[in-house]
Write a protein of this length. Structure first.
Length: 249
């Protein structure tokens, strides 16, 4: 993986980790349906259903990332010009800036994108009935597979970054990292009906993560506009001491 793909994968993970409040509001009731709570279930039964549900959800994210990455690759194959490559890089930088804004709570455009996906979700939603009641891990996995396509602005923004990788495997990696970043929060929600990690909920932590992701996005836009600055990203991360955090060069 090149440096910018590494930081994109890392940014997807940290952005999802910082989205605890969003996860609680959007996914909390669904997780309660799928898994119950630890207080109402024996430990093994709760954990098995919770892990199965999240495995299904993350599998859908990975599949979506592979699909969008393949679409980006198809675009490059049809018109593999340097200009298009720089456009994809710019799209990745812009998606990271949107991701940062969403983490910081200042991105109404992400909510608009989320609403735009509601029409497609209405066609998928009836499939959830096949997995209710969620009384076994396979049913929880199936429900997770379906709910992984639930309209979510944060998912859509991350899919933009996955498409910009122009590679199915890289797109899957981006979305897999995003899914893993959501896992601590969703497990906490399932266990305690709402509480999530304080660092993910706390405003200072979210702002710090958002600022770092935004800087990476801006550097991507600069790199897209001026290809000669190809080494700028790694150098800036090293100077800031963030090379190790985001995988280095």
């Amino acid at each position: 993986m090149d440096a910018y793909l590494q930081v994109t994968v890392s940014a997807a993970f940290f952005a999802a980790l910082a989205g605890g409040v969003h996860c609680a509001a959007m996914c909390g009731p669904l997780i309660g349906i799928a898994c119950g709570t630890r207080a109402r279930n024996a430990g093994r039964a709760w954990m098995a259903r919770s892990l199965a549900y999240n495995a299904g959800r993350i599998a859908s994210y990975v599949a979506a990332g592979a699909i969008t990455g393949a679409l980006g690759a198809a675009g490059l194959a049809l018109r593999g010009t340097p200009a298009l490559q720089q456009l994809l890089l710019a799209a990745m930088g812009a998606s990271l800036i949107l991701m940062a804004a969403h983490v910081a709570g200042i991105a109404p455009i992400v909510n608009a994108v989320e609403r735009a996906g509601a029409a497609g979700w209405r066609r998928i939603a009836p499939l959830t009935r096949r997995f209710l009641p969620v009384d076994t891990p396979p049913r929880a996995f199936g429900l997770g597979l379906i709910l992984g396509w639930l309209p979510c602005g944060m998912v859509y923004v991350t899919l933009m970054a996955a498409a910009a990788t122009a590679d199915p495997l890289h797109g899957a990696l981006v979305m897999g990292a995003f899914g893993l970043g959501t896992l601590p929060n969703t497990l906490a929600i399932s266990a305690w009906s709402g509480p999530v990690f304080a660092a993910a909920k706390g405003r200072p932590g979210r702002f710090i993560i958002a600022a770092v992701i935004a800087v990476v996005g801006v550097l991507g836009l600069i790199k897209a506009a001026h290809p000669a600055t190809a080494g700028l990203l790694g150098e800036c991360l090293d100077i800031a001491g963030l090379g190790a955090l985001f995988g280095g060069r």
